[in-house]
Design a protein around this ligand. Structure first.
Ligand code: EPU
Length: 429
């Protein structure tokens, strides 16, 4: 995030019915983990389909700041490796602004027997503990202590395989501990592992790098440690959250949109819910066609859950969509404990939404005619929700703090314009 970007805003003119074709970029949460995995080897890991988003720039900067190699190929692929790493201390500024960067801890610990990381920052969407990561490293034989301003992990004689039970199937916890386990001596089991496709994508990359992993994509991952990993060429999976965001936007605006290159097999939940709300959803090879169906949409109930449930990263966008549905929709957020903060922003635009005292459930009454006003992108997905609302709102919506959107959505305004949206980025002063 540059200072300038922190003041950028979007001005979106609505209402608009989306029309056209959109091509899906590489998955943010798979790409960030894959970049961290490059620290596991001195050989080159060449990653294609890494989205050009600021979160990826942050991780690339982290890798090079601690001495690792990083360059961009013609055509956009990233060439990364752990060759030259001279520090196992992750820089505080990067870890604070980009939570995913805590995932350098597993690879550094596994390769160098030492890693230090401040407590990661990140979006305000609820508690973001890291006990699952720490417990996993300890199970693998590392000594891990909080030194007052950072976590310090050390295993001078190397990690050893272990039976690891995760209290919660944390996505980045599974990725971090898996990256540590691949170089541990002996056999490891990660029980209650996260099954998100982004975990699977990382595990498959690690396998191409020479790791011995079975149970990929299940809650029970087994690893036979190997002494070293090699370089690899890998194409990051497409972003199911970006695809789901465009699908919800198409449905909310009664649009006709072809979403190309989406990971359809891992999108059962959002596509089922969008179809249940009444939009037409057609799967066509690697493309999803969303078309108008019932107008207005119908109210539905939805719950954000770990995969294969509806992703929490689409909960806000689906709620914005449901402001256009007839009746009462009930939303349950079951992954994070405070991920409904964006509701206040939607309310400024005229949405009729009540949040329960528990802050983990909401009732949306619709359809409501939304109106443009000034709102804030509170985090990457909250930003997507207000953007989606701006498409159906009458008049101009000014979305502040769009650096959050830049963290997770590649070439967003270009893609929106391709679908007929009048959107302008106004640079801050
Ligand atoms: N949790 C624990 N202990 C831990 C870690 C997590 O109890 O040690 C709990 C959290 O409190 C939370 C739940 O587990 O209630 C889920 O957290 P998880 O660790 O799975 O999330 P994460 O790995 O920090 C990733 C994505 C998020 C996405 C979540 C859930 C990355 C970089 N981030 O976060 O993505 O919401 O998984 O799917 O992979 C986003 O893209 O907008 C985003 C926030």
């Amino acid at each position: 995030m540059t200072d300038q970007a922190s003041y950028d805003q979007f001005r979106v003119r609505g209402p608009v019915s989306l029309r056209g074709v959109v091509k899906i970029s590489g998955a943010k949460n798979a790409a960030l983990a894959a970049m961290c995995a490059s620290l596991l080897t001195d050989e080159d890991v060449v990653l294609s389909n890494v989205p050009a988003i600021s979160d990826a720039t942050d991780i690339a900067e982290l890798i090079t700041r601690i001495g690792g190699a990083g360059s961009q190929e013609q055509g956009g692929a990233l060439r990364l490796s752990g060759r030259g790493v001279h520090s196992t201390e992750a820089p505080k500024d990067l870890i604070k602004r980009n939570r995913a960067s805590f995932q350098v801890m597993g690879p550094l610990l596994a390769r160098h027997g030492h890693a230090a990381c401040p407590m990661p920052g990140g979006d305000s969407i609820g508690q973001r503990p890291i006990d699952v990561h720490i417990d996993g490293f300890r199970a693998l034989g590392a000594e891990v202590d909080w030194s007052g301003d950072r976590w310090v992990a050390s295993a001078p004689r190397g990690l050893r395989g272990a039976q690891i039970f995760m209290d919660y199937p944390s996505v980045s916890g599974t990725q971090n501990v898996l990256m540590a386990a691949v170089l541990a001596k002996g056999h490891s089991v990660i029980a209650n592992a996260a099954t998100e496709p982004e975990v699977r994508d990382l595990a498959e990359l690690l396998r191409v790098m020479g790791a011995n992993i079975s149970g990929i994509g299940t809650q029970w991952i087994e690893v036979e440690g190997v002494p070293a990993l090699r370089g690899a060429a890998w194409s990051v999976m497409p972003d199911r959250i970006e695809a789901g965001t465009f699908a919800a936007a198409a449905a909310a605006t009664s649009g006709t949109v072809r979403i190309e290159g989406a990971p359809i097999a891992s999108m059962e939940a959002p596509l089922a819910k969008i179809a249940a709300a009444g939009a037409t959803v057609t799967r066509d090879g690697e493309a999803i066609a969303i078309g108008p169906g019932r107008s207005p949409l119908d109210a539905i109930h939805l719950q954000a859950l770990p995969y294969p449930g509806l992703p929490t990263d689409l909960q806000a966008q689906m709620t914005a969509m449901l402001t256009q549905a007839k009746g009462e929709s009930h939303i349950f957020e079951r992954v994070f404990d405070n991920r409904l903060l964006y509701v206040d922003e939607l309310r400024k635009m005229g949405a009729d939404i009540t949040v329960a005292q528990t802050r983990s459930a909401a009732v949306v009454r619709g359809p409501t005619r939304l109106h443009g006003t000034r709102v804030f992108a509170l985090d990457v997905r909250a930003g997507a929700a207000v953007l989606l609302a701006a498409l159906v709102a009458e008049g101009t919506t000014v979305i502040e703090d769009i650096y959050h959107l830049d963290r997770g959505y590649e070439r967003l305004e270009e893609k929106l314009r391709g679908l007929g949206v009048e959107v302008e980025r106004v640079h801050g002063v």
